[in-house]
Design a binder for this molecule. Structure first.
Ligand code: PLP
Length: 384
């Protein structure tokens, strides 16, 4: 039997939890009914969806009517951004320069400007303030960046948006301004209370919290004026038509409850693993560069630059030694353009090519991170 690989790419995908799979199973064969059908068995499935919606709403500190289920965070981000911008075509959207492509993609279909970040990847409220104009209708900033792990000052950005609203009210500018956050990487590690964060919309991703891929949710605060992306049978309050993916909805809600329940202890444990890993690397590579903010970061992501060492080669050799990690994000791994995240924080294209992402999770152990660090030292050795 081949030895189990050391998986250090939890920011790309998480293995589904047995309890999540168990909760989903009945909806494939036994409870396969269309939730919109009128007989009792179908109504029971509808009730289960509503229960799942209530659970997600509770985790986000909001009401079920403000939650729609989506097929992952890409769709949630598209719905939030295109939904608002299509409603306000003369408006403008501001997005952080290090946002995921599923935010940048839809934003770039409209009037869009990027908010520059600091060398640590922080979106400073002052930078947002400088860019907001009378026609800004949406600001989108992700909670935890997927490549370098930087955690954004969402509450401060939200306070700024409130001031802009007050100012517009005084000036009689009726254009709304909304704050959206892509929280795809945050579900296991941060409290997601939308009022405390101050967001008007927030995207959740089941595939990053030990739930099914292509499961997700979008919080849309009541009063936010957006158009649906997918029209048809009127499901999901008319915002996301199509027969519900019942199993995925149930899986997402179960995964979110489990992730949020163990959030505090798991954040601490994973942060320790990250430190152990980085310390072990620093002992061998004093010139190692750790990207992102040393103070404000998600606990599970370590982006490291090893000057002079090609990341593709390191990644492939690590893979052969049984360590799975990423060059940048999984989504951009196939294109050889330097990562927009790394260039936005000031790395030149060479340094971006010398950068690997390691991300930790539920099944990562002390021994694994130490072994991975040893193996990285081995493949990075000049005598190989
Ligand atoms: N947003 C962030 C921050 C992500 O990390 C990802 C996936 O890597 C996504 C959005 C898109 O998620 P999905 O491809 O599951 O829709």
């Amino acid at each position: 039997m081949t030895k189990k690989a050391i998986y250090l790419d939890y920011a790309a995908a998480t293995p589904m939890e047995p309890l999540v799979l168990e909760a989903m199973e009945q909806y494939f064969v036994n409870n396969f009914y269309n939730p919109s059908a009128s007989y009792l068995a179908a109504k029971a499935v509808k009730k289960d969806i509503n229960h799942a919606r209530a659970e997600v709403a509770q985790q986000l500190g909001t009401r079920p009517a403000e939650i729609i289920f989506t097929a992952g965070a890409t769709e949630a981000n598209n719905q939030a951004i295109s939904g608002v911008m299509r409603n306000f075509p003369e408006g403008e959207v501001l997005v952080g320069a290090i946002e995921h492509d599923s935010v940048r993609g839809p934003a770039n279909l409209f009037n869009c400007r990027e908010i520059p970040v600091t060398s640590q990847g922080l979106v400073e409220p002052s930078a947002v303030k400088k860019l907001i104009s009378d026609r800004t209708v949406l600001v989108s900033v992700g909670l935890i960046n997927n490549e370098i792990g930087t955690l954004q000052p969402m509450k401060e950005i939200a306070s700024l948006i409130l001031l802009v609203r007050d100012d517009r009210r005084e000036k009689g500018n009726k254009l709304p301004i909304y704050l959206h956050s892509d929280a795809a990487q945050a579900g296991c590690y941060l409290p997601l209370n939308v009022s405390k964060l101050g967001v008007d919309m927030m995207s959740i991703n089941g595939g990053k919290i030990y739930g099914p891929k292509q499961s997700g949710a979008l919080f849309i605060k009541s009063g936010v004026k957006l158009l649906p992306l997918i029209v048809g049978g009127g499901q999901e309050w008319g915002v996301r038509a199509g027969t519900e993916n019942v199993a995925n909805i149930i899986g997402l809600s179960k995964a979110l409850v489990l992730a949020q329940t163990r959030r505090t202890q798991e954040s601490k444990r994973v942060a320790e693993l990250r430190s152990i890993f980085i310390d072990a690397l620093l002992a061998r590579f004093p010139y190692l560069q750790i990207n992102g903010s040393p103070k404000h970061h998600g606990p599970h992501i370590a982006s490291v630059t090893l000057p002079g060492l090609d990341n593709e080669r390191l990644m492939m050799e690590l893979d052969e030694l049984g360590v799975q990690c990423a060059v940048g994000s999984a989504c951009s791994a196939s294109n050889r353009e330097p990562s927009h995240v790394l260039t936005a924080i000031g790395l030149n294209s060479d340094l971006a090519r010398f950068t690997l992402r390691f991300s930790f999770g539920l099944h990562t152990t002390n021994d694994e991170v130490l072994s991975a660090a040893r193996k990285l030292c081995q493949v990075a050795s000049p005598n190989r």
